[in-house]
Design a binder for this molecule. Structure first.
Ligand code: ASP
Length: 587
């Protein structure tokens, strides 16, 4: 039907006849001349319809989003009308024939970034026509192709794993599917292919990958989706560096392929403890020129208990964040930051404005300056490298909680002051704690998942030191986002049993839920490990989008619904009967 794509038409086609198909992006009547922006997946081209042309009557009838086929001659625009920001900006198409392929009802959205998300998702097929969304979806497609190309060339095989399966514990609620054949029994949709990929290693498949859909029924936070896509990988006979090297090479190749970006040859490594200590986050954004400084040694001698208390307690800390140029913050700004950190449990946020760095304590403006002495201030000033015009925020208290709220503050201030350097800053965060203590249930939970190996090879040692045990887990972080996470796995049944025990999963429960895994571990399981990347997040980063919903063709809303198809929706009694389900509707 067409000779070219709209976005392909440029000055090299000057004087040529072309036939294009697409949608009317907009139509303007200018004193007899009609201008049409004709849009397809490759871009937009300007079409001019002359009043004398046979196409004029047809062009007059066109409205936005009408689907048309236009024949015409490419001609250079006068230089004064060149639009350098458009690939097609130096030319226009002089229409000779306009054929209406299909009219459109009036468009229920603006087709701009102004449209609200509900209406965008309701009419997703229209929203996706926009150049921004076309670009995003194509980035995603290129990303998938680049992954296949790289992994196919590096000894990986792609295997599918079941969607109708048994629960895999990744820490979320399962989506369940009732069995018609087995009354009262349910499949779970996979939260990840974790156990199957481990079984594939036990099956001798050596290197596996899959672009896999995962399902987690969580109370949705802004950036979660009930179904999302992982690039899932698993390798046999590897330690941490084996997985990390393979993952780094993949990410480097994919960024080169899709964005023509060279990532560093080796990504920096940072332990979880250092990441929390220096950035207050397990996903530090290395583009920010800011760190947390531990100033315990400078304030431990003070009478000021707010600082000296935590400074003298091994489980607490006093952390300082220097905000370059922050002395210009108003009282209102500071109050906002204080309210912000309160969300993460901070009971207060001390601050010091440095009005004159040369003048020592006399040059400071702060409610806490009077509690400092010269020794304390000179130590803090030297450590933080403070200059006139800077502001210091102080957080004090429990090590993890203080680190965490100061880390959020760091990200917030760096964002507000637009301090991020250009480019890409990947790193590995390693040596996570093996367990987290859950106050509510009074037991340990796995920080990664229950199949992650501890550093210790001995089950007894692990049991004796569970609170401080470190895992062989690692996350890949890019520009402050966790894009991938994985671990070396437990490959011995005794260790797997010990971990289940520590997690409060009794023998019977372990047998019922993971009996197949424990059994498989008995038959010469190879040492193995892997990683899974959140592909939606990677695609969003590549496309420069803040929300993963903008790189998913048909995402759910934040309340886990699809406004387009109206799912989830009630089903009829007959179907419910077949599934042996009775529905009780809460009044
Ligand atoms: N299955 C894990 C997850 O979804 C990733 C892994 O350990 O490979 O987070």
């Amino acid at each position: 039907m067409r000779s070219h794509l709209c976005g392909e038409i440029n000055e090299t086609l000057d004087g040529k006849h072309v036939t294009l198909c697409g949608w009317v992006d907009r139509r303007r009547d200018l004193g007899g001349l009609i201008f049409i922006g004709l849009r397809d997946n490759a871009g937009i081209v300007q079409v001019v319809v002359d009043p004398d042309s046979a196409a004029f009557v047809d062009a007059e009838r066109l409205r936005n989003e009408y689907c048309v086929r236009i024949k015409g001659i490419v001609r250079m625009r006068p230089e004064s009308q060149w639009n350098e920001s458009m690939a097609t900006g130096k030319i226009e198409l002089v229409a000779e024939e306009v054929e209406l392929l299909n009219a459109s009802a009036p468009i229920p959205l603006l087709m701009t970034d102004e449209d609200g998300e509900e209406v965008r998702l309701r009419y997703r097929y229209l929203d996706l026509r926009r150049p921004r969304m076309q670009h995003n979806m194509r980035i995603r497609s290129k990303l998938n192709q680049a992954i296949h190309k790289h992994l196919d060339g590096h000894g990986f095989s792609e295997f599918e794993t079941p969607i109708l399966t048994k629960a895999t514990p990744e820490g979320a609620r399962d989506y369940l599917v009732p069995s018609r054949v087995h009354a009262g029994q349910f499949f779970a949709l996979p939260q990840s292919p974790q156990l199957f990929k481990q079984l594939l290693m036990m099956a001798g498949m050596d290197r596996y990958y899959q672009i896999a859909r995962c399902f987690r029924d969580e109370d949705l936070r802004a950036d979660r989706q009930p179904e999302f896509t992982q690039l899932d990988m698993e390798l046999s006979f590897v330690d941490e560096s084996g997985v990390q090297d393979a993952a780094e090479k993949l990410v480097q190749a994919v960024f080169k392929d899709v964005l023509d970006v060279e990532l560093p040859a080796v990504f920096p490594r940072m332990t979880w403890t250092d990441a929390m200590e220096e950035y207050g986050s397990d996903k530090p954004d290395l583009r920010y020129p800011m760190r947390l400084h531990s100033v315990d040694e400078h304030v431990s001698h003070l009478d000021f208990r707010v600082f000296s208390g935590p400074a003298n307690n091994d489980e607490q800390r006093v952390a300082v964040l220097k905000v370059p140029g922050g002395a210009k913050f108003s009282r209102k700004n500071i109050d906002e930051y204080t309210a912000f950190v309160a969300r993460y449990g901070a009971r207060g946020l001390a601050w010091i404005k440095v009005n004159d760095a040369e003048a020592g304590i006399a040059g400071l403006q702060s409610p806490v300056a009077k509690f400092l002495d010269d020794k304390a201030w000179s130590g803090i000033a030297a450590q933080t490298g403070v200059e006139t015009g800077d502001l210091l925020f102080f957080g004090a208290g429990d090590w993890l909680q203080t680190s965490t709220f100061m880390g959020h503050l760091l990200v917030r201030c760096a964002g507000d002051l637009e301090l991020a350097a250009e480019g890409w800053a990947p790193l590995w965060v390693t040596d996570f704690p093996m367990f987290e203590w859950d106050e509510e249930s009074g037991r340990y939970t796995a920080m990664h998942h229950p199949f992650t190996a501890p550093h210790s090879d001995s089950a007894d040692e692990l049991k004796a030191n569970a609170a401080t045990a470190l895992s062989r887990g690692y996350d890949m972080v890019l520009n402050g986002a966790e894009i991938g996470g994985g671990s070396i796995r437990i490959h011995k049944p005794e260790m797997q049993q010990a971990v289940f025990e520590l997690l409060g999963i009794g023998e019977e429960e372990a047998e019922a839920k993971f009996g197949f895994l424990l059994e498989a571990l008995k038959y010469g399981c190879p040492p193995h490990g892997g990683i899974a990347f959140g592909l939606d997040r990677v695609a969003a980063l590549m496309a420069g989008e803040g929300s993963i919903r903008d790189v998913i063709a048909f995402p759910k809303t934040t309340t886990a619904q699809c406004p387009l198809t109206d799912a989830p929706s009630p089903i009829g009694d007959k179907q419910l009967d077949e599934l042996h389900i009775g529905v009780v509707t809460k009044k």
